[in-house]
Every structure is written in structure tokens, then in C-alpha cells.
Design a protein around this ligand. Structure first.
Ligand code: PEP
Ligand code: MG
Length: 570
């Protein structure tokens, strides 16, 4: 970690907020009676306590068993398939909408009599239930793949059904998110953004064994205000049901909390949130220099902080600085229609007057299966973000049409920007297509060093820049943003990253155009003043981060922010 003279307890640990005293991230007692401890990287502030439920992976097939009662094996097969169908139907009811249709269709495959007959036939031929199911699914898969086209696409779905059925026949928990019927702390080796987006309200906190501080899983957790710890070695060894305390600020995990301690964590966390919730007003340094505080969201639902209907005003933000539209469509096998897109964008525009929409940023850890992009050897350096337009130009055109239509329907004037822009030519091409649809404020994200180095040239083509520090750090330091061992290279105080941000801010000042930061660094109260000192004009972050950043800025003059920036650069 570079020595920049700026203290840093953890990627998102909040500082004490001016006028409030104390350290809001630290409420809830010391967990002195804990039977054991683990530690990882705290990446989404807040504390929670509750029983562990682990995310089960695909079951491993044991060696085949000698079968003495084929009838009993056939009954196990039938029971396992029925259990899979029942679980998917239950999830469909809970999910509603398009997700429900997909889950119901999967449940129907599990209930397919041809599959059942094949598996039963195999038990009759001497296979145990788990192997009979495994072989029956393999044949079903081959048959579907041979049909080609749309049906062949469904072949991959069969793998998930196979894992579920085999697990059930072996008496193991089914893979996928647990649903124990009570609140729990979700523990996993790793979580995909799609898993995280699908978490129900019964998840109290997330702890993963792998993962880096700026992965999209973390971003989704933070957006939902869920305490989260990543890179926590040994956490998967905990048994389901073990009560743990999670501190998403310090990364500390306390094992074996008592009922009293668990209740105290919940009480202190509610008090902390209430305290931070009272912070209001536009972003300003102590001497009144304005810095817009904006929100990063993935859908309209993120504009309603958990448990309230307070909307944007809930945290007193001045608009949406990053609407990650791809989060609406993660895991989707079918492309969202134009109408569906218009509806989803309009829902956000109706709630927030000022919105910066980012066009789809697919690729690497945010796969959008409906795009059908070819597998790549090095996806982070491949066709992602705006580059998808090189292979599938219709996708961006439809999205820009939908954004423009939603703007007309709602009478709003959203700003629109593209992710992963590298050259001025790309910026110019994007701006031309957006402006042709009546979009007035067009920008690009700076996530690639080449774009930062040419910020002034980019600003001749577009109206604003938004610096994505998560990717800019990844590409500047050649350090995978999901890699738990490289967190120090991804630290936003690294001088090389700060130099690139300073370059962009200077170019913005010279052009008289706004340059904001919308990566996770913007939501860190220790880093935000430094970014302001470098000259950025807005900070966009998860709603939960706004109060602490507002208070951090309010405690320093603009010159003091500048001093911090110069120290860090030096
Ligand atoms: C970034 O890279 O900093 C950014 C804001 O985009 P995302 O995290 O969605 O890649
Ligand atoms: Mg990015």
C-alpha cells in the first residue's frame, strides 16, 4: 500500500462524521465472547450477525454403489426430480415477472416424463439413483444439443437441473442460493453478480472466501446496503447454522456470538443507520466549494434505500451519477425488448430529475448471455463495454433509441455515457449516434489509461467525463479487480492512478466541462477529499456511502483537499 500520508482502515470504513462524533461503523460491542475470529477485506460498511448458510456448489458424484433394491432407487429418482421442480416453482412464485417464466420453464424440464422414464430405466439396469440421474441428464442434454437452434441453447440449463437433482438424490443441499426461511449470513467461495442481484431480503450480510474490493459483486452488495467481507480465508469451513458477527468495515468475522450479542449488533446497526440518515444538504467543502454528490444505481429499486420509501431524498443526493443499465439484464438468455428497456429507464427517470445513464457494460464478470458473445482467452482485455458495438451494432442503437424514448415519455433530459472508451474516435462515434437521437449531454467513461492520457482530446468530442476508478486501476496496474491478493495495487491512493485522475480533471477545467468520479473510490470518505483536491466536480457512489462522504468534505476546506491531493501525488 503506498504511503501517502492518508490513513486507511479499510476500503469502505467510514470515518467519524462531523458533528456526530464516534465511528458509525464500529457500533455493536466488541464481540469479546466470540469463540473464534476470521478476517478478510471489509468492502461494504455495516455490521450484522446471524447464522451462516453456505452457498452449495455442484455435488460431486461418489463412486457407484451396488444396488440391491432397484425399486427404492427408482423412488429416489422420482423424489429428487419432484423436489427440483417444487423448489424452482417456489422460487418462480417469489420472483415474479420474466424471472418467474424462466424458472417455471426449468421446472417443466425437471418434470419431463421422458427424463424420469430414462432415469428409472437406468435404475432397473443396476445404477444407483445419483448415477442414473447423472446419465439420464447427460442423454437429455445430448438430444437437445443435437436439435440445434433455440433448443440447443437450453442444453446448458440442464446442467443446473442435473446438479440439483443429483444433490437431492445424495441427500445434499441443492446448489444455488439457500432459502432456509429465516434471516442468515450468506457465505460462499465466490458469488457472481447475478447471484448477488437475486439475493432476497433474508440475507443479512455476505462473506466470501475469494473476491476483490471493486468486483461487481461488491458493488451490488454496497448498493443494497448489505455489509460484506471478501477474501476471508477459512470462512467456508464454518458449519451451516454457526452464528457469526460480520463487520463490513474492518473485515472482522466473530464466530459463535450469543443471542444477546446478536441482538446488540442489530440494535447498534439500526442506530448507526438512523444517525447517518440525518445528514443532509448538497456536497460542499467547509468553505463552500460545491461538489455534486450523486448515486450509483442498477435499477429504480436502488433509489429506495432498504426499508424506506424515502427515494433519492433518503440520503440527500443530487441525482444519479451512474445508472449501470447492464445490472437490469444480468443472466438473461433473451434480449430485453425495446419496450422493456423503455419501461426500465423511464422508471428511473421518473424518480430522479438528473440521471447519467451508462449504456450496457457487458463482459468479464458481468456476462450478458443474451448477447451470445464468443468466449475469449482474456476477457478483461477483449470485447467489453462499448467494444461490443464492433460485433453487435444493433444493441447500442436499440438502447439509445430506448433511452431517448424514455426521456420523451417522462419529459426528462438524461445524460448518457459509454463505458470502456479508449480513443477519441470511439468517443466521437458514440457522441454522434447519441446526439442523432436528441440526447443533449453525451459523455464517456475514463476507465482505460489511454483515455485518461487523451482526456483533453476526448473532451473535444463529448460534454463530460466520468472516471471509473475501478477499471482505471485495474488497467493501469495490470491487476485483476477481482483478485484478493492484489488489493494494494487497486488502492485508489496509488500515485499513478491519481496522476491520471488529475490529468482528466485538468482537461475538464480547461474545457469548462464536468469531470466526475463514479468508481468505488468516490464513496470512500478518506479518498473523496483527495479526489476533490485533484479537481473532480462530482462524486457518484452507492447510496449508503453518501452521508459519510458529505461529512468528510464538510470538514475540510478546498485548499485542504488540494493539500491532501498534492501530498498523495508526491
Ligand atoms: C468503474 O470501472 O469504476 C466503474 C464505475 O464501472 P464498473 O464498476 O461498473 O465497471
Ligand atoms: Mg468499469
Amino acid at each position: 500500500m503506498p504511503d501517502t500520508g492518508v490513513p486507511r482502515p479499510g476500503p469502505t470504513a467510514p470515518t467519524g462524521t462531523a458533528g456526530q462524533g464516534g465511528t458509525p461503523g464500529q457500533g455493536g460491542g466488541s464481540w469479546a465472547g466470540a469463540a473464534g475470529r476470521l478476517s478478510g477485506l471489509g468492502v461494504s460498511q455495516g455490521r450484522a450477525a446471524g447464522p451462516v448458510m453456505r452457498l452449495a456448489g455442484p455435488p460431486e458424484l461418489p463412486a457407484p454403489r451396488a444396488v440391491t433394491d432397484p425399486g427404492a432407487e427408482a423412488a429416489t429418482v422420482a423424489k429428487a426430480l419432484a423436489a427440483v421442480a417444487a423448489e424452482l416453482n417456489r422460487r418462480a412464485m417469489a420472483a415474479g415477472g420474466e424471472a418467474a417464466e424462466i424458472l417455471e420453464a426449468l421446472a417443466m424440464i425437471a418434470e419431463d416424463p421422458v427424463l424420469l422414464e430414462e432415469a428409472e430405466r437406468l435404475t432397473g439396469a443396476g445404477h444407483d439413483a445419483a448415477h442414473a440421474l447423472d446419465a439420464a441428464f447427460a442423454r437429455h442434454r445430448e438430444a437437445l444439443a443435437a436439435l440445434g437452434g433455440h433448443l440447443a441453447e437450453r442444453a446448458a440449463d440442464l446442467d443446473d437441473l442435473r446438479h440439483r437433482a443429483v444433490a437431492s438424490a445424495l441427500g445434499l443441499p441443492m446448489p444455488g442460493l439457500p432459502s432456509p426461511g429465516h434471516p442468515y449470513v450468506l457465505v460462499a467461495t465466490d458469488l457472481s453478480p447475478a447471484d448477488t442481484a437475486g439475493l432476497g431480503p433474508d440475507v443479512l450480510a455476505l462473506v466470501t472466501e475469494r473476491g476483490g474490493p471493486t468486483s461487481h459483486t461488491v458493488i451490488l452488495a454496497r448498493g443494497r446496503g448489505l455489509p460484506a467481507v471478501v477474501a476471508c480465508g477459512g470462512v467456508m469451513d464454518l458449519d451451516d447454522g454457526t452464528v457469526i458477527g460480520v463487520d463490513g468495515g474492518t473485515g472482522e468475522i466473530a464466530i459463535g456470538l450469543t443471542e444477546l450479542e446478536t441482538a446488540e449488533v442489530a440494535r447498534a446497526e439500526t442506530a448507526r443507520r438512523t444517525l447517518l440518515g440525518t445528514s443532509r444538504g448538497p456536497g460542499r467543502t467547509a468553505d463552500g466549494h460545491p461538489v455534486k454528490l450523486l448515486l450509483n444505481i442498477g435499477s429504480a429499486a436502488d433509489l429506495r434505500p432498504a426499508g424506506t420509501e424515502a427515494g433519492l431524498a433518503g440520503v440527500g443526493a443530487e441525482g444519479v451519477g451512474l445508472f449501470r443499465t447492464e445490472f437490469l439484464f444480468l443472466d438473461r438468455k433473451r434480449a430485453p425488448s425495446f419496450e422493456e428497456q423503455v419501461g426500465a429507464y423511464a422508471e428511473v427517470f421518473e424518480q430522479a430529475e438528473s440521471v447519467v445513464v451508462r449504456t450496457l457494460d457487458a463482459g468479464t464478470d458481468k456476462p450478458l448471455p443474451f448477447l451470445g458473445l464468443p468466449a475469449e482467452q482474456n476477457p478483461a482485455l477483449g470485447v467489453r463495454g462499448l467494444r461490443v458495438d464492433r460485433l453487435l451494432p444493433g444493441v447500442l442503437d436499440t438502447q439509445l433509441d430506448a433511452i431517448a424514448a424514455a426521456a420523451r415519455d417522462t419529459g426528462t433530459r438524461p445524460w448518457v455515457m459509454a463505458p470502456m472508451v479508449t480513443t477519441a474516435e470511439e468517443a466521437a462515434g458514440f457522441a454522434r449516434r447519441a446526439r442523432a437521437r436528441g440526447i443533449e449531454q453525451v459523455g464517456v467513461m475514463v476507465e482505460v489509461p489511454a483515455a485518461a492520457l487523451r482526456a483533453g482530446r476526448l473532451l473535444r468530442e463529448v460534454d463530460f467525463l466520468s472516471i471509473g476508478t475501478n477499471d482505471l486501476a485495474q488497467y493501469t496496474f495490470a491487476a485483476d479487480r477481482q483478485h484478493p491478493a492484489l488489493a494494494d495495487l487497486l488502492d485508489p491512493r496509488q500515485p499513478a492512478l491519481l496522476e491520471l485522475i488529475a490529468l482528466c480533471a485538468r482537461a475538464g477545467r480547461e474545457a469548462g466541462k464536468p469531470v466526475g468520479v463514479c468508481g468505488e473510490a468516490a464513496g470512500d470518505p478518506l479518498i473523496a477529499p483527495l479526489l476533490v483536491g485533484l479537481g473532480v466536480t462530482s462524486l457518484s457512489m452507492a447510496p449508503v456511502c453518501v452521508p459519510a462522504v458529505r461529512e468528510a468534505l464538510a470538514g475540510l476546506t478546498h485548499e485542504e483537499c488540494g493539500h491532501r491531493a498534492r501530498t498523495a501525488l508526491g
